[in-house]
Design a binder for this molecule. Structure first.
Ligand code: GLC
Length: 546
């Protein structure tokens, strides 16, 4: 399949950018309290610039009771005391910009923390008050209001409604929370809510940020009347867009207003062009045509392509995902935003089979992702090939653990502190005692630290660094993506640019390289001119001598 994207203005720095996700509490600890923080991240920015990324996205660093890893926000324009100060954030942005790195932050518009002043006011103010109208409070069903207002289920398990006690001490209304009970959903049909988020966006733009990752962007509006959703909720992500709490029409005019705000908000003094500000949607929508609507002209610029992350390591499946994603995004003139990893996902090494097999496939997947045209997001530790860590029961922080009655361990295994150097925990992450660190790191990570990998030609880190630098030297052609290979899908190849071809072999049969091919980078050693199974190569095709 060949598609021809529209011409791209040069100010669109984000179309091909590689953005590195920093989960700050687990990245680097600057003050020896065992928790990663903003000064710790700032001190490592040269390292990230040297790795070759173009931007950093910092997940929520706002004041939060941490019921959901910081995605339960008590003050959307503040800085959490354990992570630093407003001045620390300003220093991070200044240094990033000096190094040529863009900075993205999260905006979390679907919910606040239950400790947010608005929610406290709503509890105090009583039923049908203006303060309650900012959230989704409803009377219960049943004779005494003892049943939830509808059948909606939380994405974290259990009902999406919690009943409160009113001022008289008696059980009263219920409030909606699509995630944890500590994350009450806002009522986006109340004009105070969009107005407040415009203020929040402007605040961070004034701090010099280059864009926003929009958390659960598909959930802000709920269908009028809050109708029942029916059985099987959250069981098949491919049905998400059919749920009355996801993917509602009203989202699109709202995001067009945000885009206009970003485009028109004055650039901070001294901003280095190109300073077009970007929004990337995190939206659990899997119907590709519906997904493309979030990045139609005038809306957001990027949307994470979770179908790529979710795909099994399988030639036909990967080929299909790539083809369909490029097709859907190209139809609206948007680049695909490739992603293999995040603070919510099982680490690729583990997902692809674990051990040496998982490592080998994760290396091949990385070279595939970084050759594809479009943007890419790399989650901290992905460049080190970290496996999913086992976090002991008594240290688990993820609300999924409690909400699932201890059946789902949750996402902490991809959120343990990054190993920087040394032979034992905390591996240079912190000067604190390892037992007081944010989450426990496993023993046996000495060979995975940045220091151990930096000068090792065969390491995952070296592979990422080499790929990121080569990628910059070979910007993709604007002629579309044409995947070539056998119909069986055992392998496929595509030309990123006139000078760089990428070939991925998933199958057991080796693929013989053309005599003209000069190998630039390979995810695993080649067997002579044969590309073995689970290997990606980047090659240039040299002309035969005349
Ligand atoms: C997003 C975040 C996730 C969080 C959820 C609720 O999916 O990535 O970590 O739990 O939103 O805010």
């Amino acid at each position: 399949m060949t598609v021809t994207p529209a011409p791209v203005p040069p100010s669109c720095w984000w179309r091909e950018a590689v953005c590195y996700e920093i989960h700050p509490r687990a990245f680097a600890d600057g003050n020896a309290d065992g928790v990663g923080d903003l000064p710790g991240a700032t001190a490592r920015l040269e390292h990230l610039a040297g790795l070759g990324v173009d931007a950093v996205w910092i997940t929520p660093f706002y004041p939060s009771p941490l019921a959901d890893g910081g995605y339960d926000i008590a003050d959307h324009t503040g800085v959490a005391a354990d992570l630093g100060t407003a001045a620390d954030f300003a220093a991070l942005v200044t240094k990033a910009h000096t190094l040529g790195l863009k900075v993205l932050v999260d905006v979390v518009p679907n919910h606040t923390s239950h400790r947010h002043p608005w929610f406290r006011a709503a509890l105090a103010a009583g039923p049908r008050s203006a303060a309650r109208e900012r959230y989704l409070f409803r009377d219960g069903r049943g004779e005494k209001g003892e049943l939830p207002p509808n059948d909606w289920q939380s994405a974290f398990g259990g009902p999406a409604w919690t009943r409160i006690d009113e001022a008289d001490g008696l059980p009263g209304q219920w409030y909606l929370h699509l995630h944890a009970p500590e994350q009450p959903d806002l009522n986006w049909r109340n004009t105070e809510v969009p107005a407040e988020f415009e203020r929040i966006l402007r605040h961070w733009l004034d701090q010099g940020v280059d864009g926003f990752r929009v958390d659960v962007a598909h959930t802000l509006f709920k269908a009028e009347g809050l109708p029942d959703a029916g059985p099987g909720q959250h069981q098949d992500v491919h049905r998400n867009h059919l749920m009355p709490y996801y993917d509602q029409e009203e989202l699109h005019p709202q995001f067009r207003r945000w885009r206009a705000l970003l485009d028109n908000h004055p650039a901070p003094a001294g901003a280095v062009p190109p300073h077009e500000r970007v929004m990337v949607a995190e939206a659990g929508v899997f119907d590709r045509e519906r997904l493309a609507r979030y990045v139609a002209p005038g809306e957001m610029q990027q949307i994470f392509n979770f179908a790529f992350l979710e795909s099994a390591w399988d030639g036909p499946a990967m080929r299909d995902v790539i083809d369909r994603s490029v097709q859907a995004m190209s139809a609206v003139g948007a680049p695909v935003t490739w992603v293999l990893s995040s603070h919510d996902a099982v680490r690729p090494v583990t997902r692809y089979g674990g051990g040496p097999l998982g490592e080998r496939r994760a290396r091949a997947a990385a070279l595939l992702m970084l050759a594809l045209p479009g943007a890419a997001y790399v989650y901290q530790g992905e460049e080190l090939g970290l496996p999913q860590a086992h976090v002991p029961d008594d240290r688990i922080r993820d609300p999924l653990w409690e909400r699932s009655g201890h059946r789902v361990r949750g996402r902490d295994g991809s959120r343990v502190p990054l190993p920087w150097a040394g032979g034992v925990p905390p591996y240079g992450f912190s000067d604190a005692d390892p037992d007081s660190c944010w989450l426990p790191q496993p023993p046996g990570w000495a060979a995975l630290t940045v220091a151990a990998q930096r000068d090792d030609a065969s390491s995952m880190f070296t592979l990422y660094r080499a790929a990121l630098h080569l990628r910059r030297a070979h910007p993709p052609m604007r002629t579309g993506l044409h995947l070539q290979g056998p119909a069986s899908g055992e392998w496929f190849a595509f030309d990123r640019s006139a000078g760089l071809r990428c070939l991925v072999n998933f199958g057991a049969r080796p693929v013989r390289l053309d005599d003209r091919a000069r190998v630039l980078l390979s995810s695993a050693p080649l067997d002579g001119r044969d590309v073995p199974q689970d290997t990606t190569v980047w090659i240039v095709l040299e002309e035969y001598p005349q």
